[in-house]
Ligand binder design. Structure first.
Ligand SMILES: [Zn+2]
Length: 231
């Protein structure tokens, strides 16, 4: 089921009744799951709680069944929409997800994974103290949305805010792997060095180069084509 088809299903807005009808389809290359896999999780979770609280268990469940960054954002966007309708039954917005809705979901996900990895440093920053450990040299700061970003770099340049202050991603998080793989596939299976530059337009990963090399190897197409050339 495509996101558009999902949007076209009027029953979607009725929540659990629709969610109970979903089936699971086969995954495609790189273990990317179909939209329906997500819906299965939605069903499971909505059985537990109609309030649709987006807790850690829920996000971890989503990540365990799919490594598709774009779909992850869309599903969380739908959930926000769904939760909003639960609170305001009269509001039934039509049409595809807006850029703002997708952006909100994306920041929510990023914040969640940053919170897991950098909890202590976030607390220090909130208290106005200096962060410690690996990210200290990045001179990190929290932006207006509470997102941890690289600070102090190329301050005087004309580069825009996002490029000047990339979002910091933890090196051992599954979410970071998902972001890297997504960018690799989106950019026609680009090699790990160029991939690093692409991703750094928005994100800064700790232990940069090795993590990129490792994740290009996770691409089945690249691994089959050149099992050794990616080294
Ligand atoms: Zn590839």
């Amino acid at each position: 089921m495509t996101p558009q088809q999902l949007m076209d299903k009027s029953l979607w807005w009725n929540g659990p009744q629709f969610l109970q009808q979903v089936t699971v389809e086969l995954s495609d290359e790189n273990g990317i799951s179909t939209e329906d896999d997500y819906l299965l999780v939605l069903k499971r979770e909505s059985d537990k709680s109609l309030a649709l609280t987006l807790d850690s268990t829920f996000l971890d469940s989503l990540l365990s069944i799919s490594n598709n960054y774009s779909k992850l954002i869309r599903v969380i966007s739908f959930l926000f929409k769904f939760a909003n309708i639960s609170r305001n039954p009269k509001s039934r917005p039509d049409g595809p997800l807006t850029t703002m809705e997708l952006q909100r979901a994306k920041l929510f996900i990023i914040k969640y994974f940053q919170k897991i990895a950098f909890q202590d440093n976030v607390k220090l920053l909130l208290r106005g103290k200096q962060p410690a450990g690996k990210i200290k040299n990045l001179n990190p700061f929290l932006d207006d949305n509470g997102i941890l970003r690289v600070g102090g770099r190329i301050q005087k340049s004309s580069v825009n805010f996002v490029k000047k202050h990339p979002i910091i991603l933890p090196d051992k998080s599954n979410f970071t792997k998902i972001v890297i793989l997504y960018s690799h596939l989106k950019n026609m299976h680009i090699g790990h060095q160029n991939l690093l530059y692409c991703v750094r337009r928005e994100f800064w990963t700790l232990n940069g180069r090795s993590i990129f090399k490792k994740n290009v190897h996770r691409s089945i197409t690249c691994f089959k084509a050149k099992p050794l050339a990616n080294d």
